[in-house]
Design a protein around this ligand. Structure first.
Ligand code: BMA
Length: 340
């Protein structure tokens, strides 16, 4: 391998398919059995999408956006032996406050999940007198304790780094408005204690490139590599029939991650299969997690498709980093720290 995945274990049993021959130039290929989670996956849940998975004791677990049959999204817990076939708890995750009392938000969606030390942190969007970010931690997946909400409304898209950087927890987010937000850049904030967040920095904005010309938002928890933090994100364009969500990628500086080293000028994946183009919200590919194997550099990207399904696509670290570097479109502003 030319590049290395750092601070992450080997994952020999993660989902994987070899790149099909005759594929296009973009080194990302879809799992042939997509979608991996179909409609009505649990009683009372119409659709699961935009969800995050992590390895756990030789198997896999995840937090899943379940759109209930009353239309309200909540977060569900799931387990899988192979990362592809999932069993979900029938009850949504019960969040508690610091004293063990139930403390549920009015709704919760687009969860991400990271493990830092021996603690797992879920982060999602919820109501807090306006759409804002919610967080909880757990060590056993039975008790989930809410943390303080990191930001004021409106902010609907947040992703934590999988380790502290310079002794601080680090989070990417996208400040927004109360509607469908026709703008949006990725910002970075840090915290010494997961309660107080500050030292906000601009990481990168929408671009003149059409596939990400309306807004962007962090997707999967960044992967630590020998070239920097590999970030898969979503980029949105506007059409006469609404937004189209594609998957893009960038590499952030390892010690100062508000500095973008490389930013891929092309999308990596854009809606083109039936499960991406057709659904509750057509034309959405929304990445929320990866599984990656430090031994081989294999990467599986988990993404929500058309706000209706969960799908998986594959790449390898070497192919991905070379592709991002060859198609680098980062400008002077991205190379800055993002402080004004
Ligand atoms: C965004 C979020 C995502 C959703 C996307 C497309 O604003 O709400 O959950 O997948 O819109 O509908």
């Amino acid at each position: 391998m030319k590049y290395k995945i750092l601070n992450s274990p080997a994952l020999p049993d993660m989902p994987w398919q070899e790149q099909p021959s005759g594929a296009g130039v973009i080194p990302v290929w879809r799992y042939t059995e997509n979608p991996v989670i179909g409609r009505n996956p649990v009683s009372g849940v119409a659709r699961i999408f935009n969800s995050a998975v992590v390895p756990f004791e030789g198997k896999f677990i995840g937090v899943f956006r379940g759109e209930q049959t009353n239309g309200i999204p909540f977060i569900y817990f799931g387990r899988s032996d192979d990362g592809l076939h999932w069993n979900f708890d029938e009850e949504k995750i019960r969040f508690t406050d610091g004293d063990g009392r139930e403390f549920m938000p009015p709704y919760a969606y687009d969860p991400r999940l990271v493990k830092i030390g021996d603690t797992y942190y879920a982060i999602w969007c919820q109501d807090a007198f306006g759409a804002a970010i919610g967080m909880a931690s757990t060590r056993d997946f039975r008790t989930w304790t809410r943390l303080e909400n990191p930001f004021l409304p409106f902010n609907r898209n947040a992703v934590m780094f999988p380790r502290k950087i310079g002794g601080k927890y680090v989070l990417l987010s996208r400040p927004s408005d109360s509607g469908h937000t026709p703008f949006g850049d990725i910002y970075l904030s840090e915290s010494p204690d997961l309660t107080y967040w500050g030292r906000h920095r601009h990481v990168m904005g929408k671009s003149g490139r059409w596939w990400e010309s309306v807004k962007i938002g962090a997707g999967a928890a960044p992967i630590e590599t020998s070239e920097g933090w590999l970030l898969f994100y979503h980029g949105v364009t506007g059409t006469c029939n609404g937004f189209v969500y594609s998957i893009g990628a960038a590499i952030l500086d390892i010690d100062r991650p508000s500095i973008v080293k490389y930013r891929c000028g092309t999308f990596l994946l854009t809606p083109e299969t039936w499960y991406e183009e057709r659904g509750f919200v057509p034309n959405v590919c929304f990445p929320c997690a990866t599984l990656h194997d430090a031994a081989t550099g294999r990467i599986a990207i988990y993404y929500g498709a058309a706000d209706s399904y969960v799908a998986v696509a594959f790449t390898t670290l070497d192919q991905m980093i070379d592709y991002i570097r060859e198609n680098d479109a980062a400008g002077a502003e991205e190379h800055e720290e993002g402080r004004r």
